[in-house]
Ligand binder design. Structure first.
Ligand code: PMP
Length: 365
């Protein structure tokens, strides 16, 4: 898509807008959403929360979203016992994409560099570039992990202002051991962002990077309510960091960036966290089942600690993707060239995916 005649920035010329195809299909397994909608009881509570703020919408919302940040801190303290966070060390924005944008507005910019390890979340390089920051890909290993020694070498070599580590990683599902994150933190001259959008889906044994916050004042851990929390439509992302980082973010956040409606809905969702996170166990089970099933069919599958699975390899992945779509199953063409990513849905959705894939592979192995 080009915009002829408009004096847009040279560095934006020729870029394509980010986005998965938005198609109306019976089985949408392409954007890593949680397939379980809120219960009727929660729908009612959300409606009441919106009603409560509706009468005050002539006023701006709480600019600091203080109550919401306290609630988010309480959620993180329960999620990762011992981290002892307060609202002062938590920040919230419209999705973790906006969180990442604010981080780059403060710590990136012209003349600055961010390093990431691809294949990874493609918005990291996009937001980096749009902020005028140089992007350097330091590459993941063959198994989609990040070798600590090599990561340290990359960080020492490029001296980045910002390092992105995504754990569990999108689109591979790979969780990083704390040792790899710590090695990067020790070597990095600037900020280290650990994107934990899928943290709640991890298998046991990989602790959250939240546990490192006390020791590393330049660490930022980002989270979202879009995935495990089943609130993608709310647009609420957040981070935990040192108070100095939060103060720095205040320099770039737009005043009143989080609407009163968003704050009220997010707080209500957090109050019903147990229900919303109730689907996570089932999704983990479906994930492990689909991994085993795909492997049983002789396919390559990346180990997943997230709510999606990367599988392959297909010399013509487009054909497989199209074959699935023709059967009403929309997955994502993303990641390394011969791989595809399927989000984990309900048992019914996963059964539809398996049936469709069986058929497609029979036609076009
Ligand atoms: N980080 C990662 C790794 C993601 O995969 C996504 C969503 N696909 C996001 C951040 C952004 O999520 P949101 O803006 O909905 O919080």
């Amino acid at each position: 898509m080009t915009v002829p005649g408009l004096p847009i920035r040279d560095d934006l010329r020729g870029l394509e807008p980010y986005g998965a195809p938005q198609l109306d299909v019976p089985y949408a397994l392409n954007t890593n959403e949680n397939p379980y909608p809120p219960s009727e009881r929660l729908v009612k509570a959300l409606g009441e929360a919106v009603m409560d703020v509706a009468g005050t919408l002539n006023r701006y919302p709480d600019r600091d979203a203080s109550a919401l940040r306290e609630d988010l801190a309480a959620f993180l303290n329960a999620d990762t016992p011992g981290v002892g966070l307060t609202g002062r060390r938590v920040w919230a924005a419209n999705g973790s994409n906006e969180i990442i944008q604010q981080i780059l507005q403060v710590f990136g910019g012209p003349g600055r560099t961010a390093v990431g390890f691809e294949p990874s979340y493609s918005m990291h390089p996009i937001i980096t570039r749009v902020s005028g920051t140089r992007w350097v890909d330091a590459f993941r290993d063959e198994d989609f992990g990040i070798d600590p020694g090599r990561a340290v070498e990359a960080v020492r070599g490029h001296r980045p202002d910002v390092v992105f580590l995504t754990s569990p990683n999108n689109p591979t599902g790979t969780a990083l051991p704390l040792e790899a994150i710590e090695a990067v933190l020790e070597a990095a001259p600037g900020m280290v962002v650990v994107d934990e959008a899928y943290a709640e889906f991890r298998r046991g044994g990989t602790p959250s990077a939240l546990t490192l916050l006390d020791r590393y004042p330049r660490l930022i851990v980002t989270r979202t309510m879009s995935k495990a929390f089943a609130m993608a439509g709310t647009r609420l992302g957040y981070l935990a960091a040192s108070p100095a980082v939060i103060d720095a973010l205040l320099l770039v956040r737009l005043p009143y960036h989080l609407s009163a409606v968003t704050q009220a809905v997010a707080r209500t969702a957090l109050a019903h966290g147990e229900e919303l996170l109730g689907g996570v166990e089932a999704l983990r089970g479906e994930r492990d089942a689909v991994v085993a099933w795909l492997r049983g069919r002789g396919l390559a599958v990346a180990d997943s600690d997230a709510n999606f699975v990367l599988f392959g390899t297909f010399p013509d992945r487009r054909r497989v993707w199209e074959g699935l779509l023709a059967r009403g199953v929309l997955i994502r063409e993303v990641g390394p060239p011969e791989w595809l990513r399927v989000s984990v849905g309900t048992p019914e959705e996963m059964a539809a995916f398996r049936t469709a894939l069986e058929e497609v592979l029979r036609e076009a192995p």
